[in-house]
Design a protein around this ligand. Structure first.
Ligand SMILES: Nc1nc2c(ncn2[C@@H]2O[C@H](COP(=O)(O)OP(=O)(O)OP(=O)(O)O)[C@@H](O)[C@H]2O)c(=O)[nH]1
Ligand SMILES: [Mg+2]
Length: 649
């Protein structure tokens, strides 16, 4: 396959074991950045006609080389050359997002200039950790000037990641080639300190160029900041949400099966046109992430910022290769003074794919200068959240486990699914599951279906289920239990979590479930005082009456409580078989009927047969009671009717 990568031509072999490293340039206009890249790689990164005509860099340029690294190894280096012109800082910002190390280029004949400072501020805000200060145009100055500039530069770099001798200062002339060998050696030794790209992070490719190529169609390029992108993979485009298929992958002009984190990557995409793509979009795995307009961040205002940053200020926002406008809500303060740091919430004008750990830069509206930047802590913000400060503290400083635990904890009894944890962190499923394994094993985090739920939240939910059920019993003394769904709504739990909690409570015998009803063990019905009193009165009325029972309505009329409640008590007494209904009108106490059976049993020893008159005599009841009672005894198979007489069984 022919080359479709931005620089084309030269191929670069990623020898196994050698990670590919992205080198960015930075520095004031005309200080010799592009000339330096060309002197190192042989590639002119100024590719636009206008750039060549005006002799300045306008947009990002790219180059690459295989640098001999000793021991027969080569170090694959990708270069991102940025413009120094103050009007093109936004282009510079789109380029430095993915770099591993920087060449801070300072011309020996001009020393430190405004964009030296601005670019260096940006590098620090973006958290760039490694680099080399390069004094260029050494041929254009005498030794004395060079020494003075070196002192100025050393002073400028004091206390930063480029402080010498931790980081080298190398003097070169791109014109004569002087010092280039030193610079190459310095690159090899600094490159050794470049850490591996986060292996737990899923793929994201912020796009910096889009173009069409005859025979290929749509091509995009970018620095793959994390993960791996393979040929034939499906990718989602952010923020549009459209999808594209990777028809081809090239790394430094060479066709490859895949691109890995840290490589300048060109993709030939199918299923999209250049209109769906532009600098600033991000390619990521499909159906994995959400775009957002809100993010909680830690924000730093540069000490060189011209004025304090007011709460709710609107500024330009740059992250990766994208830019938009954002409003900034400062946490707990009215304004942020230059040099200070605060937690803040961003409200972006356009949706974006942001993940924790992403760095960003803010620039004021007018004049447009860089005033600060920071790090994204959470791009899945909740509108209302108690203890947000502590949560953000954990996200900013905590271990992976404490971050995951905090994210689970803030969801309370709702819990959070594995795929949402992936979306919130950008970490792979495997990493998250492995990280949480000890916590789930020790039941600090519970796994309910697909959800991870905070154990203390579940304990609290169990508590509220318990108190909701006891409150229900207190209010509804006669009801056998509360309906499950009603209980679930009361405690505001999702069905899965609620079912799991009920199950636990039941297994621990703290709750009983009968069909659709939930009740405390042995507590189906608990009567209030006056109901209990009425219940006793009814019972007494019937037990003392023996077989000469009063009419039910008379007993009820004599009670303090209202009729419906009395009716319920009777229902309860019947249910519990304290009272027994033998006909529509007649209700007897259980003891009276037991007494009757005994009487009949004793009678049998005297005579196995008995007529109605004999029964009346035996029991002392009138005919009104005798007939229903005998019919009851027949039903109970104590007696059997034979003509006009009863046979005692
Ligand atoms: N004498 C001398 N001239 C140099 C050297 N490096 C660059 N130049 C010249 O300085 C001018 C600017 O160089 P560039 O490499 O385009 O500078 P730049 O930093 O890329 O500029 P921008 O991209 O526009 O910010 C050109 O005319 C170069 O030929 C050097 O080492 N010695
Ligand atoms: Mg240039």
């Amino acid at each position: 396959m022919a080359s479709f990568s931005p620089t084309g031509g030269l191929s670069c072999y990623d020898s196994p074991g050698m990670k590919s490293i992205i080198v960015g340039t930075a520095g004031h206009i005309d200080h010799g950045k592009t000339a330096l890249v060309k002197a190192l790689t042989g590639i002119d990164a100024d590719r636009l006609e206008e750039e060549k005509r005006r002799g300045i860099t306008i947009d990002l340029g790219f180059a690459h080389m295989d640098l001999p690294a000793g021991g027969g190894e080569t170090l694959p280096l990708g270069f991102v050359d940025v413009p120094g012109h103050e009007r093109f800082v936004r282009n510079m910002l789109a380029g430095v997002g993915g770099i591993d190390l920087v060449l801070l280029v300072i011309a020996a004949d001009e020393s430190i200039k405004p964009q030296t400072r601005e670019h260096f501020d940006i590098l620090q805000l973006l958290g760039v950790q490694l680099g080399i200060a390069v004094l260029t145009k050494s041929d254009a100055v005498d030794q004395e000037t060079l020494d003075v500039v070196r002192l100025e530069v050393e002073e400028f770099l004091r206390g930063t990641f480029l402080e010498p001798p931790k980081a080298p200062i190398v003097v070169v002339s791109s014109l004569t080639g002087a010092g280039l060998q030193d610079l190459k050696s310095a690159l090899v030794s600094v490159a050794k300190h470049v850490p591996l790209r986060d292996p737990r992070a899923l793929a994201r490719l912020p796009i910096d160029r889009v173009f069409t190529m005859k025979g290929f169609g749509t091509v995009v390029t970018g620095t793959l900041v994390s993960g791996t992108i393979r040929r034939e993979e499906e990718l989602e485009i952010f923020p549009s949400g459209k999808s594209a298929r990777v028809r081809g992958v090239q790394v430094y002009g060479r066709a490859a099966d895949q691109a890995v984190a840290g490589q300048r990557t060109a993709l030939n995409l199918a299923g999209v046109t250049t209109e769906d793509l532009s600098r600033g979009v991000i390619l990521a795995p499909p159906a994995t992430f959400s775009r957002t307009r809100r993010a909680d961040v830690r924000l730093t205002l540069l000490s060189s910022a011209p004025r304090p940053l007011k709460n709710r200020a609107r500024v330009h926002f740059h992250a990766g290769t994208m830019e938009t406008v954002t409003e900034i809500s400062l946490h707990g303060i009215r304004q942020l003074t230059p040099g200070a740091q605060v937690f803040a919430r961003l409200k972006l004008t356009e949706g974006a794919l942001l993940l924790p750990g992403d760095r960003f830069i803010i620039r004021q509206f007018s004049p447009v200068v860089t005033i600060g930047g920071g790090i994204v802590l959470d791009a899945a913000t909740l509108s209302r959240m108690p203890e947000l400060e502590g949560f953000l503290q954990t996200l900013a400083q905590g271990s992976a486990l404490s971050i995951l635990s905090a994210r689970i904890q803030r969801r309370g009894t709702e819990g959070i699914s594995l795929s949402r944890l992936v979306a919130e962190t950008g970490w792979t499923r495997t990493f998250i599951e492995k990280e949480l394994a000890p916590a789930t094993k020790e039941n600090r985090v519970l796994r309910i279906g697909d959800l991870f739920v905070d154990a203390p939240a579940i304990a609290a939910l169990e508590q509220s289920v318990h108190s909701a059920v006891s409150t229900f019993h207190k209010k509804n003394t006669l009801a056998p239990g509360i309906a499950k769904e009603e209980l679930r709504e009361q405690v505001k739990a999702s069905s899965d979590v609620f079912a799991a909690v009920l199950d636990r409570l039941m297994r621990e015998r703290k709750m009983e479930i009968a069909g659709d009803l939930v009740r405390l063990p042995g507590q189906g019905v608990v009567l209030k005082d006056e109901e209990a009193e009425s219940k006793k009165k009814i019972e007494d009325a019937f037990s003392s009456a023996g077989l000469k029972v009063p009419a039910l309505y008379e007993v009820i009329a004599g009670l303090k409580i209202d009729k419906p409640r009395a009716q319920k008590i009777v229902t309860l007494l019947l249910r519990d078989k304290v009272l027994i209904k033998i006909s529509e009108e007649l209700v007897f106490h259980r003891v009276a009927l037991e007494e009757l059976r005994r009487l009949i049993g004793a009678q049998k020893t005297k005579s196995p047969k008995m007529d109605v008159a004999q029964f009346k005599e035996l029991t002392g009841v009138s005919r009104k009671y005798a007939i229903p009672l005998l019919e009851y005894l027949d039903r109970e198979r104590v007696t059997r009717r034979v003509g006009d007489t009863r046979e005692i069984l």
